[in-house]
Design a protein around this ligand. Structure first.
Ligand code: NAD
Length: 428
């Protein structure tokens, strides 16, 4: 019986979403685990803790609204929990479980001393005023207060949460503790113990891992055609870094639509236009294309930096790129993975490609705890080194075992987690 058939009673089989993707990934990885650690693999298919909270807030019009919030700690064998907080109307417990599990694997792949966790609130933040968003954040923080803390579980930004939200979390937690506790969250404003380089860190990791793959495949970054889905924190930073390195960003897609220019888009001009008009459509020097065209476009490198489940059996076959870099978490379904493998597309998996963010979050946490701050050059140099070393370890393992990079990354990460568990032993 495979892992997908073992689902906990609190999930419904019809709404497993990304948790099902994760379980299929574990199914594919299990046979490659060492004989010593394979019997421990069921540990990976159960989150250690899942907290569901009600988040009631007073709206500006005086009414009370209730929102559902979650914090899941998937595994803490290697250290305190670490993982972002997402505000989105479609957030579910199953999604947060999957995201927390991917954090467990990711933190182990880049070897930072954290377990995996994630949080979310089922809300469309665009429908809230700033004071409502602040009340929502403060109440949610108080509700998950029993789980988080600098040496217990350290949240960070994810979709629709930012530096300001992290500052409110830090302040609320600190008020409850009776002391300033900077290390409770990462991704904070620089003036509140945030780290230089954190904003671009995930996009930078996406860029560095793609450069490493291109070099091994004999491809040049200069002149390469790059298509990017998602133009938020991760997508925009990676677009800028690719353009700075001489690549041509030929297509961009976000929730407002898709645009293209085979000669290369002016990334800065598109960013300014997006900021001003809240849409990509109409950006200077760009033609509008439909979603189908985006996936089929003539690109050497495709970066998925938006959401889960974007590359599926229905569009994977039309992807022309030689490299797919997963800036988002879980953008590729297991069926699409097989199609991409068949078509010879090199997939740099999320647990490696987007680990730059958590790596600099780790630096931020270290700096906060030691109250000693590093320069941006030091941070970028350390980040690049960790990304390159992790990439090399995954690439070499994939070659040696004859498996795709996702399987190799999961084997590396899962074996580190299971070994930590084995050494600690089963409590009591
Ligand atoms: P963000 O909110 O800044 O940006 C998300 C982008 O995706 C936006 O451009 C949005 O328009 C676009 N988008 C949303 N739905 C879409 C759809 N259906 N089709 C096309 N585009 C769509 O979020 P972010 O921080 O850039 O995160 C993006 C992804 O990267 C998420 O999967 C997140 O979990 C992952 N990630 C983020 C970080 C980080 O440091 N921010 C770290 C690791 C992984």
């Amino acid at each position: 019986m495979n892992n997908v058939s073992h689902i906990p009673s609190y999930l419904s089989a019809e709404h497993l979403g990304p948790w099902e993707t994760y379980l299929v990934q574990i199914d594919r990885v299990e046979p490659h685990l060492s004989a010593e650690l394979r019997p421990l693999a069921p540990l990976l298919t159960r989150p250690k803790r899942a907290l569901i909270v009600d988040v009631p807030i007073r709206l500006d019009n005086g009414e009370i609204a209730h929102f559902e919030g979650y914090r899941v700690q998937h595994n803490l064998s290697r250290g305190p929990g670490k993982g972002g907080i997402r505000y989105h109307p479609d957030v579910t417990l199953a999604e947060v479980m999957a995201l927390s599990a991917w954090m467990t694997v990711k933190n182990a792949v880049v070897n930072v001393p954290f377990g995996g966790a994630k949080g979310g609130v089922r809300v469309d933040p665009k429908l809230l005023s700033m004071p409502e968003l602040e009340r929502l954040t403060r109440r949610y923080t108080s509700e998950i207060n029993i789980l988080i803390g600098q040496d217990k579980d350290i949240p960070a930004p994810d979709i629709n949460t930012n530096e300001q939200v992290m500052a409110w979390i830090m302040d609320t937690f600190s008020m409850n503790e009776g002391k300033t506790s900077m290390g409770v969250v990462t991704g904070k404003p620089i003036s509140l113990g945030g780290s230089l380089g954190r904003k671009d860190a995930t996009g930078r990791g996406v860029f560095v891992s793609t450069v490493e793959a291109a070099r091994r495949l004999g491809m040049q970054i200069e002149g390469a055609k790059v298509a990017i889905q998602g133009f938020g924190n991760v997508g925009e930073a990676s677009a800028r870094l690719f353009a700075n390195a001489g690549a041509k960003v030929v297509a961009l897609q976000d929730s407002s639509g898709a645009i293209a220019n085979p000669a290369g888009l002016d990334v800065r001009a598109v960013k300014a236009f997006r900021h001003q008009h809240d849409t990509l459509i109409g950006a200077p020097g760009a033609e509008t294309i439909d979603a189908g065209h985006f996936w089929r476009c003539d690109a050497d490198i495709l970066v998925a930096a938006a959401m889960e489940n974007q590359i599926t059996a229905s569009n994977a076959g039309s992807i022309k790129a030689r490299i797919l870099t997963e800036g988002a978490n879980g953008p590729t379904t297991p069926e699409a993975d097989l199609i991409l493998q068949e078509n010879g597309v090199t997939v740099i998996p999320d647990v490696l490609a987007n680990a730059g963010g958590v790596t600099v979050s780790y630096f931020e946490w270290v700096q906060d705890i030691s109250a000693f701050f590093w320069t941006e050059e030091e941070i970028n140099a350390r980040l690049d080194r960790i990304m390159r070393e992790a990439f090399a370890a995954v690439w070499d393992a994939a070659q040696a075992k004859g498996v795709v990079m996702r399987t190799a990354a999961f084997v590396l990460g899962c074996e580190r987690v299971l070994m930590a568990h084995k050494l600690r032993g089963l409590y009591p």
